[in-house]
Design a protein around this ligand. Structure first.
Ligand SMILES: [Zn+2]
Ligand SMILES: [Zn+2]
Length: 267
């Protein structure tokens, strides 16, 4: 059975289709999924999915791209991260890809938001789900300064360089591969996937985005995470079964869904 370690089942296009998505997951051998929070406003919807469905779990965090939304503080994130079936803090990190004409210096608010998430993860004893795009040097520097290794976590939808992958591994983080691994022009990423130890790899869809080949451009769902596993297996010259088993075990070791509080406790 496969685990999708990162998807957005609360997003428009997916939230209306929860039952069909769960049925498609079951048919594809995708046993579980972690649905990721990107704003505080969205948390109740994300969390509700995890409370209602035994094979879904949630996170708590505010995505670096989201502006004009409620700004989280440490206490709020610690509270949300401690709720039942919430496994991680994030997604959080830095994204300098869409600066909208601003300088990197002007993104201090993003860096401060990131630090708050790391402090919350350490206080809550939960791992971090890291999003980094065009900002890897600052991401790694802040992770080090804030002692994020204590919380651990994953660099999700990895598209950075081999050097960044090595730095993330040195920090004790896992690396998650998305459907980008199946794209024709992703040879550099496949080279990275070859050297990341199997016991540090996760797989994800980042649904509804980044549908893997041969479904590129369509609305992605967790049912397509086996395409990512199949490509990772090909790149590493392993069986798909070995990749499915290892990435599921890695998910359990990092996120510990077994010890998250049970769904029939207080709603
Ligand atoms: Zn992301
Ligand atoms: Zn995401």
């Amino acid at each position: 059975m496969f685990v999708d370690s990162h998807c957005h089942l609360s997003f428009p296009g997916l939230i209306e289709r929860t039952d069909a998505i769960l049925a498609d997951m079951a048919a594809a051998g995708v046993g579980r999924a972690l649905t990721i929070c990107t704003t505080l406003e969205e948390f109740d919807t994300v969390h509700g999915l995890a409370l209602r469905h035994a094979n879904l779990w949630a996170t708590a965090g505010v995505h670096p791209d989201n502006e004009g939304v409620a700004e989280p503080d440490v206490a709020t994130l610690v509270d949300l991260a401690g709720r039942e079936r919430v496994l991680a803090v994030g997604e959080t990190g830095l994204d300098y890809y869409r600066l909208g004409g601003r300088s990197v210096e002007a993104m201090a608010w993003q860096r401060e938001r990131f630090r708050i998430h790391i402090r919350a993860a350490r206080a809550a004893g939960k791992p971090l789900v890291i999003h980094t795009r065009s900002a890897s040097a600052d991401t790694l520097a802040i992770l080090n300064e804030e002692q994020a290794a204590e919380a651990g976590g994953v660099f999700h939808c990895f598209t950075e360089t081999a050097e960044v992958a090595r730095a993330a591994l040195d920090l004790g983080f896992m690396i998650s591969f998305s459907g980008i691994l199946t794209f024709k022009n992703a040879d550099d990423l496949r080279a990275i996937a070859r050297f990341v130890p199997l016991d540090r790899c996760l797989i994800e869809t980042d649904s509804p985005y980044l549908a893997p080949a041969p479904h590129r451009g369509k609305l992605n769902t967790p049912a397509w995470v086996p395409h990512v596993a199949t490509e990772l297996a090909r790149v590493k010259a392993l069986s798909v079964r070995a990749v499915a088993d290892a990435t599921s075990a890695n998910f359990d070791r990092l996120f510990r869904p077994d010890v998250s509080r049970q769904r029939d406790q207080v709603l």
